[in-house]
Design a protein. Structure first.
Length: 87
């Protein structure tokens, strides 16, 4: 009987691909740093599972393209909440 273990980069890659999550979300979920997640899914995953790497790369590219929009929404929310708390 052969036991197959999934490596950390494969686990992270599957999580990001299945949930369409960001590196930051994956880091929070698995309680590791964003740097570690990024290094695993962009470097190590390419060596261990090229097919999953391509899938994850697409998700990360979408996240990068939408990053400025999410930042603008967060800033808008921050300032609209501060206006509500003013006397």
């Amino acid at each position: 009987m052969k036991t197959v273990f999934e490596s950390r980069e494969q686990i992270l890659g599957k999580y990001i691909h299945e949930n369409k999550s960001t590196v930051r979300d994956a880091a929070k979920k698995f309680n590791i740093s964003k740097s570690t997640v990024h290094k695993d899914v962009t470097g190590r995953l390419k060596e261990t599972d090229p097919l999953l790497y391509r899938k994850v790369k697409k998700v990360l590219e979408i996240n990068k393209a939408e990053r400025h929009i999410r930042g603008g929404i967060a800033t808008k929310r921050k300032y609209s909440e501060s206006k509500k708390t003013r006397p």
